[in-house]
Ligand binder design. Structure first.
Ligand code: SF4
Length: 311
């Protein structure tokens, strides 16, 4: 936990003493705080499977994107104090009761030392399901290196190719290069998600990169895909997401409306034209227009409305 003393866990490098209750950009002290631990059925099929993915949603965030779909926890810090052992117990219970396929740490970058402790406790309890780091991509390479022995699957975002957009929406102009280096280290460690090679139905290991298409930002999306293709080639598994909803007023006017179908499909066509072979696509449907299933309310006992077990 000494990492929290002069915290430089993420590229923000705040250098505050979180052990003494100080807060940096992520807005969290060294006290572990968690908003939700539950079996989640809305991830990509090889991640959620039929029994769900054991998601752990942490309070606070080192990205704090202005459009965050989980803003209640990332910006308003909804959540409760937890200990690592209580989190591990809850995950162990979920595994025993529901057979979750993996443990899924969602945007855990600012609590990495706690995640390592939770994984260690789970292993002591003989819970050996894959450990998944579901991250913003905005990570230091050395942080990813430290996770080598604790992670099995990485599911990073690659949000921005456009440094100005990264600055405007997430205050991190250096995101495109920083995230690309972090993803490079993830791929070096684990390779591509093993399920896409047809070896398994439920993923056990590897990297899947996610990209959320934003309204009015097709060029950013297409450039992000081109960069990923140039760096990792056609076999890199990509998940193209369309679930954006305007939840809070944003200075960039186009972001205050839902994503249009034609925008999403132009980006999808670009991915196909590049030649990506392992695409997960969150198609836009009529149901999608409600959007409620995708927008969590972390003040509820069960934050995700449409979160039901698939049969
Ligand atoms: S984890 Fe939080 S306090 Fe530490 S460097 Fe990142 S934003 Fe700053």
């Amino acid at each position: 936990m000494q990492d929290y003393e002069n915290c430089t866990l993420c590229p923000r490098n705040c250098a505050v003493n979180r052990l003494q209750g100080k807060k940096g950009f992520c807005g969290e002290t060294a006290e572990l705080r968690i908003a939700s631990i539950e079996a989640h059925f809305g991830e990509e099929p090889p991640i959620s499977g039929t029994h769900g993915s054991g998601t752990v949603f942490f309070s606070g965030c080192a990205m704090r994107c202005v459009f965050c779909q989980n803003y209640q926890i990332s910006c308003f810090h909804v959540g409760k104090p937890f200990t690592s052992s209580r989190a591990a117990e809850k995950l162990q219970q979920l595994h025993a009761a529901q057979g979750i396929h993996n443990v899924n740490f969602v945007t855990p970058d600012h609590f990495l030392p706690h995640t390592i402790e939770i994984v260690t406790l789970l292993r002591q309890k003989q819970v050996t399901i894959p450990i998944l780091y579901n991250t913003s991509g905005y990570m230091k390479v050395e942080a990813v290196r430290r996770l080598q022995e604790y992670a099995d699957i990485y599911m990073p975002d690659y949000k921005y190719a456009d440094a100005e957009l990264a600055e405007a929406l997430s205050r991190c102009r250096d995101y495109p290069a920083v995230a690309l280096s972090a993803i490079g280290e993830m791929v070096r460690q684990k390779g591509f998600l093993d399920s896409v090679a047809g070896r398994r139905e439920i993923a056990q290991r590897g990297v899947l990169v996610r990209h959320l298409v934003l309204p009015g930002q097709e060029q950013n999306s297409m450039d992000a895909l081109s960069i990923l293709y140039g760096e990792f080639g056609p076999q890199l598994p990509i998940s193209l997401m369309s679930q954006y909803r305007p939840l809070r007023m944003v200075k960039l006017a186009e972001m205050n409306r839902p994503l249009r179908s034609e925008e999403f499909y132009r980006v999808y066509e670009h991915a196909l034209a590049l030649g990506f072979r392992n695409l997960f696509v969150q198609h836009m449907t009529a149901d999608h227009d409600d959007g409620d299933d995708f927008i969590p309310d972390f003040k509820r006992e069960r934050p995700f409305k449409g979160n039901v077990r698939k049969r």
